[in-house]
Design a protein around this ligand. Structure first.
Ligand code: SDX
Length: 393
């Protein structure tokens, strides 16, 4: 304490804002979007419906949803000049580095987005453009990684089917859109759509609080999500499971490593700042894992390792004492892999899912006219230093 400032590293006990978008109860393992339980939304809604709910506050009527889909379809193309910028990336540069750069560059290609005081209609067009262009840009990044030509948007397809077609479609043959894959993708994107004031969302809010435009604010959120302690965990989980598999599947050894204070290794996909019980999203994804792999006829050995790891960890007092349970990232990568995505694309898919939440939170922050974010500090440095000429240092 220093007079008027309370130190709260990592804002573990700070309420940074008031929000009506997402409700989390970490003790009960409850997650609700605009008051609706995630379990119901994940089963019964489409991702675009949830994007509408998060951004505009109500579940859309069929008419509203159709119009939303139509408005988005007007903006799915990305300015052709962006390809010149995009072509400059090395083909195997990390997809998250490409994504945060491309999303920020939208502010250069669509400069009308820079004026955050233009009005509600202009703001909504900026929002629709980002929702529409994100799947296109994500599919570009995937195609670059495999050295294939991009596939243009097809506006007669729904949001998720269009994304799958641009990603897995080829110019040489028609891509057959599998309803199992569409349903799994909708569910995964819904489960990632918002999560109150997590690291990346707080980043979007604080950058936006300086009157910074939407695209640059979201780009900052993408950078925060990239970190392996946050969204990057879904890539780190698969890399960890692969390592354990290649090490003979000795789960006990790796759990012991995670407990060893002298070892920096952590069980990726375990633990959560807020959930001190099971992450409700992990429960839904774990169930979906079995279901989707069975439907697609895939037997993925890392799934068995994941289940064994979870079983061993949850029976170990170290994890129980610290209330460490599997989080959203623990199983999601196994499904993404089953759907055909390479590991380095997993966090980009997390960003695609989180986009409506980031937008909704940025919009709410502006509607509530929140002040620019500027926390204080406890100063622990030198106080009265005498200047010394360089010749005397
Ligand atoms: C996401 O906030 C959100 O909502 C995020 C998210 C979202 O939807 O936006 O839910 C998405 O980011 C999920 C989390 C993904 N990250 C990981 O899976 C990485 C592995 N987990 C962690 O590093 C950790 O659990 C965090 C970052 C998730 C939470 O960190 P905290 O709350 O700061 O907890 P901590 O680091 O202070 O750990 C508390 C104790 C420590 O032990 P002690 O010092 O008390 O003895 O638990 C231990 C830690 O060493 N610990 C772990 C561990 N996580 C915490 N030990 C082994 N393995 C782990 N994974």
């Amino acid at each position: 304490l220093s007079g008027y400032v309370t130190l709260d590293s990592g804002y573990k006990n700070t309420g940074a804002t008031k929000s009506a978008i997402t409700f989390l109860d970490g003790e009960q393992g409850i997650l609700k979007y605009r008051g609706y339980p995630i379990e119901e939304l994940a089963e019964k809604s489409s991702f675009l419906e949830i994007a509408y709910l998060l951004i505009y506050g109500t579940l859309p009527t069929q008419n509203e949803l159709d119009n939303f889909q139509y408005q988005i379809s007007r903006h799915t193309l990305v300015h052709e000049d962006m390809k010149k910028f995009f072509d400059g990336f090395p083909s195997h540069s990390h997809p998250m580095g490409q994504l945060c750069s491309l999303v920020c560059s939208l502010s250069a290609f669509y400069p009308e987005s820079l004026n955050v005081h233009a009005g509600k209609e202009e703001e909504n067009t900026t929002i629709l453009k980002l929702l529409a262009k994100m799947p296109t840009v994500v599919s570009w990044i995937y195609k670059k990684g495999i050295g294939h030509p991009i596939i243009y948007p097809q506006n007669d397809l729904d949001y998720v089917s269009n994304f799958l077609n641009m990603t897995f479609g080829q110019r040489t043959e028609k891509y057959v859109i599998d309803p199992v894959v569409v349903s799994a993708m909708n569910k995964l994107l819904i489960l990632h759509a918002d999560h109150e004031q997590n690291c990346s969302t707080s980043t979007v809010r604080i950058v936006g609080s300086s009157d910074c435009n939407l695209y640059a604010s979201i780009s900052a959120g993408i950078s925060a999500l990239w970190g392996p302690l946050h969204g990057g965990a879904n890539q780190a989980v698969i890399e960890m499971l692969e390592k354990i598999k290649n090490d003979g599947g000795d789960v006990d050894k790796w759990v012991a490593k995670a407990k060893d204070k002298n070892d920096s290794f952590r069980l990726m996909g375990f633990g959560h700042r807020v959930y001190k019980n099971f992450d409700p999203r992990a429960k839904i994804i774990k169930k979906a894992c079995d279901d989707i792999l069975e439907k697609l006829g895939i037997n993925d050995p890392v799934l068995e390792i994941a289940k064994k790891l979870e079983e061993v960890a949850l029976s170990d007092p170290y994890f129980a004492d610290r209330k460490l349970y599997p989080n959203v990232d623990f199983y999601s990568g196994i499904i993404y892999r089953a759907l055909g995505f390479p590991t380095e694309m997993f966090t980009v898919l997390f960003a695609l899912g989180r986009l409506p939440g980031w937008i909704a939170q940025w919009k709410e922050m502006r509607e509530n006219k929140e002040p620019i974010g500027r926390p204080r500090q406890i100063y622990v440095g030198e106080v009265n230093q005498e200047f010394v000429e360089i010749s005397k240092r």
